[in-house]
Design a protein around this ligand. Structure first.
Ligand code: KG4
Ligand code: ZN
Length: 333
């Protein structure tokens, strides 16, 4: 029996980034690396699943090696390996799960299958504990847009989901329409700062409930661009971002007013949006709750959040089958 070094290796391959990190139980990130596929997918304007799986196969072992060597640790002394088992692209998940399983056998280290969405939740506690309970969670990414309530770290209830597209997907599709490449979020946000909304795009389902719908907004932008040939891209971006923010803020306000909450936790790739960070802060000041945000670098997919979630699984004894599950909900382990 070898001594444990008190670290977990987190591996994330659910979509288009091969991300690996070493994390301690407090959420301190000892080393981390991401092999981004953005350059590969930019010519498609979105993620091409088969190409993503192949890129993960090429990058995963070199990325693991880099993280281990950077930290100068012996991998046989890891407490565990945590790997995303879902939700995500099945081929991409398979590369992560199979590689983690092989490494676990080779190093004689336990392997834990982790829900990617629970990883995003924990990203807000990386490098410092921030989340206060009970909490309302807004999870906004390329694959998901949802609201959840957390009575405590273990009790998670889904309270609102998207009926169609996610907000990140809408950003990515609008970026493609404007010829801005992939991922669309950062570039659309940046462009929006230099534009003025000259048109009011729809705010789908803004007045009712906690569910979202972004496909109509995306289509409205498409129809507008088809007829407004001389529209300035920065103005279109500004009008689009304004519509997204209005909807996200209205839904968060409703969730905070109808559920017990000490904090609002905003996580997922779109939590990197400076506009969303500013609007969420104003809302939290208005309602009188804490705003908990992950550090910018841990907002988009990363291995550190999977590593920190793995410590929760180890503490509670929750283990899930080590097989890819493309359709997991936030309530699942
Ligand atoms: O969480 P994430 O990295 O991957 C998924 O789990 O889907 O989220 C990726 C999404 C993409 O749609 C990307 O365009 C969006 O997050 N995103 C942003 C920003 N940075 C990334 N959206 C808005 N503003 C940003 N700065
Ligand atoms: Zn994600």
């Amino acid at each position: 029996m070898t001594a444990s070094n008190g670290l977990v290796l987190g591996i994330e391959t659910s979509c288009d980034d091969t991300a690996v990190a070493l994390v301690d139980p407090e959420g301190t990130v000892v080393s981390a690396a991401v092999a981004s596929q953005a350059l590969i997918h930019t010519r498609f304007g979105g993620v091409y699943p088969e190409v993503a799986s192949r890129a993960h196969i090429d990058k995963i072992l070199p990325t693991v090696r880099m993280v281990i060597e950077d930290a100068g640790i012996n991998p046989r002394e890891l407490t565990a390996i945590g790997v995303t088992r879902g939700p995500g692209l099945v081929g991409s998940l398979m590369v992560g799960v199979d590689t983690a399983t092989g490494l676990g056998h080779g190093w004689n280290v336990p392997v834990v299958g982790v829900n990617h969405l629970r990883g995003h939740l924990r990203s807000a506690d990386l490098e410092a504990r921030r989340v206060t309970y009970p909490a309302v969670i807004l999870l906004v990414s390329g694959g998901h847009t949802l609201l959840a309530h957390m009575a405590n770290p273990r009790e998670i209830t889904l309270i609102g989901n998207t009926r169609d597209d996610s907000v990140g997907e809408a950003y990515d599709k609008v970026a493609r329409m404007l010829g801005l490449g992939y991922p669309g979020g950062p570039v659309v946000d940046k462009l929006a700062f230099s534009g003025r909304p000259q048109v009011t795009f729809p705010r789908p389902m803004i007045d009712v409930g906690l569910e979202f719908s972004f496909s109509g907004l995306k289509t409205a932008v498409m129809y507008y661009l088809a007829k407004a040939h001389d529209a300035r891209p920065e103005d279109v971006a500004a009008a689009f971002v304004e519509a997204c923010m209005d909807v996200l803020v209205a839904k968060c306000r409703r969730a905070l007013l109808t559920h017990p909450a000490a904090s609002l936790v905003v996580v997922g790739g779109v939590a990197a949006s400076p506009q969303l960070r500013t609007e969420a802060k104003a809302l939290c000041d208005e309602v009188g709750v804490d705003l908990c945000l992950p550090p910018l670098k841990w907002s988009t997919d990363n291995g550190a959040m999977i590593g920190l979630a793995t410590w929760d699984y180890l503490a509670t004894g929750n283990s899930a089958p080590l097989v890819p599950r493309p359709g997991l909900s936030i309530e699942d382990y």
